[in-house]
Design a protein around this ligand. Sequence first.
Ligand SMILES: NC(=O)c1ccc[n+]([C@@H]2O[C@H](COP(=O)([O-])OP(=O)(O)OC[C@H]3O[C@@H](n4cnc5c(N)ncnc54)[C@H](O)[C@@H]3O)[C@@H](O)[C@H]2O)c1
Length: 347
Amino acid sequence: MDKLRIAVIGVGRISVMHLGAIKYLKDIAELVAVCDIKTDRAKETAGKYGCRAYTDYIEMLDKEKPDAVHICTPHYLHTPMARACFEKGIAVLTEKPMGIGYEDCLKTVEMAERKNLLYGVIFQCRYNDSSVLVKKAVASGKLGKIESVVSTLTWSRPDSYYSESDWKGTWDKEGGGVVIDQVIHSLDLANWIIDDEIVSIGASIANRGHKTVTVEDTAEGMIEYKNGVKYGFYCMNNYGCDEPVAIKFFAEKGKAFLTYDYAYIEYNNGSTERAETTAPDVVYGGGKDYWGFMHVRQIEQFYKALQGKERLEISAREALKTQKIINSIYESAKSGEKIIFGGGDNK
Ligand SMILES: NC(=O)c1ccc[n+]([C@@H]2O[C@H](COP(=O)([O-])OP(=O)(O)OC[C@H]3O[C@@H](n4cnc5c(N)ncnc54)[C@H](O)[C@@H]3O)[C@@H](O)[C@H]2O)c1
């Protein structure tokens, strides 16, 4: 089978996780081009990875005709870029979040489905051995019915994190702060593991310490599920350091504790299980510890789906559930009202 021809749009901070993974997956995929509006970045990356450089992504799509594009640009560009790819019959793997507004994301998912094109969204933490252990313990019934879930995220994103970026910390380009950018992974993991229909979300947001931006650096809320699960979350990126995130599941037959790369389960009968995520032997060449190591697993799964060998696991349709949670948190915080879900909105 011919190798998949891959292109990447946006070669900023996160791109090393994609470029390193594509290089590692050289038996099934080939990086043909990268694009960035910053000419130096595009040229330097193309030189390093041995592919062509572009500064206009439409020109790149037209000339290279890749099988799939990875979108690693600021949030507000994710959906228009995905639609431009679909217009040209090209599959898309986009970084989280899939977009800023729910309706816009839904429209983009429907377009991909109409054109029968693969559309995946990166939520690499689902591939951690730790996440898989807890997911299996719940899905198999071993932990029994979940009763309550709580998650905390206390990270540090100083003012310089925002001032050094031309899009982070803005409502129009990032779409929010700690909710849409950082705690999105915890919300996605918890909701994926709980795996039930949401009935309501009530939340509040605040900016308690960042002087140069207006987006929230703190949020808390309660997500209630049809099966009675109550999931409470608290997050702030105005903390003194990056503490490991924590998600705790309290269930009928025991309790599970999950950080992104470690999990511990204690059953009521005294038995225990634990998992520590083993890093794959891919060399990403940089990246932050809190991004984990699992981009390569999700990218490989996306490529196998593109080759028709497997079903796409984290499709954009699946990621819409998390997008709905994010948008409902903002809607609830801004209106002061609990957001009531209609049947099927999130399941
Ligand atoms: N999965 C994760 O854990 C994780 C971690 C960090 C970032 N991300 C996500 O990755 C995405 C990018 O974040 P980042 O931190 O790398 O941002 P960044 O600002 O470092 O990089 C974005 C790049 O896109 C380029 N760009 C902007 N407009 C463009 C255009 N029209 N055409 C081509 N290139 C363009 C910029 O010049 C820049 O190089 C975001 O969606 C972010 O949320 C995900």
